[in-house]
Design a protein around this ligand. Sequence first.
Ligand code: UD1
Ligand code: CA
Length: 461
Amino acid sequence: MAVKALVLAAGAGTRMKSSAPKVLQDLAGLPLLQWVLDAIAPLPLDEIVVVVGHGAREVEKILPEGVKARLQDQQLGTGHAVRAGVTGMDIGSNSILVLPGDMPLLTKTTIRKLLDHHQEGTAAATVLTAEIEGSDFGRMVRDGTGRLVGIVELKDADPDQASVLEVNGGVYVFDGNLLGEALESLTTENAQGEYYLTDVVGMLVGAGHTVDTVVTDAAELTGVNSHQQLADAAHLVRRRINQRWMSEGVWMQDPDRVYIGARVQLAAGVRIFPDVHLEGTTEVGADTILGPDVYALDTRIGMGSRVWYSVMRGSSVGDEAEVGPYASLRPGTVLEARSKLGTFVETKNTRLGEGAKVPHLAYMGDADIGARANVGAGSITCNYDGVSKYPTKIGERAFIGSDTMLVAPVTIGEDAYTGAGSVITQDVPPGSLAVERSEQREIRDYAARVQARKKKKQQGD
Ligand code: UD1
Ligand code: CA
């Protein structure tokens, strides 16, 4: 029997007070909906349909290939959403897995358990539940013998029903034929005036069918309806991600202060100090030490490197390189093996060859710096004339004196030197020294002359 999945993602998410659709809110670098799609991706599903409505266009953009979108043009409730979702779908003798798009902590293991339970038994539907105190979820209402009779939303519950701890996770597997029939009979006679998917459960039981439940832990059913809940979910996800990396050999001084995106890759032996944020497709090689205080986005860092108090975006750092403290690597920065980018250095679209060093207070933009070259403190590539950007090339082993202004386009040859304080506007041939500054003058006995002037002024007073 084939299984088809429906992910409900049309809701507005009113409680977020955000113009973006709720299911696109970011959680550890991925939209909420992506977490649910990732959880079901490895399951043997015949078809995956996402019901879209609010911000449908933006939501459709993130759907992976093979996942279809179906529009629910008015959000009249979860039952209405499922009806929209199954329109044009061959539900017949298939099982239909229904999931909310706003429950990012659901795991594939739990969903698989629910599916297996349903397929091994004969129930018309199987519902994922948990025992949660003080939840605003629908209540699983049972008769005196413990048999499930229906699901009652909290807003429709009497005090007895409201006191039930077992709640509806909003994840279900239905027999396709029976679901199709029940959807036709849904009404909006309830506190919210909506078509409730939960009513399908009561209808099935009323018609003499069995509905089973599978219990999971409360954390997996963390729903996101507000910014507080989004932060709570982010906390749980962070713990999950960090635990996983620690089990793979990553050391963290304080895992509560390490923020690793869902798509980041770390090798064993990486060491992470507090307040490190790794985002996007960042990758870190073995034995590299990060932090305190590192922000890295879409950046590749090699093995045995050290980065602290620094920001790196769209950059690449080789093996055994050193970055920081207080370096800013803007997109297009490439640091080759054993190179060093030190304190208060900014780079953009710049390559540092093997073993090259820019240790202090510099800006290198659109520069190609050869292997083992050294750029002195206070040096700057003047790469922008207010209209266009120009390249600077520094040859291998060149020595750029402190406070050199490299007015691009300009080339400094291999083994060449520039004198401290020079404004270099012309190419420097390999092996030469270029000095551009006026000659030093000395005024003899200057201090004595000042003293004499002071004395004269006092006498005049
Ligand atoms: C729903 C359940 C509740 C359960 C809870 C668990 C109903 C009536 N109630 O309540 O029993 O405990 O989920 O998460 O089903 N959606 C649409 N179209 C709509 C309405 C909702 O696509 O017209 C989507 C939302 O985007 C969301 C999901 O369905 O992803 C759940 O909707 P939501 O309004 O959050 O339902 P709850 O009030 O949480
Ligand atoms: Ca919800």
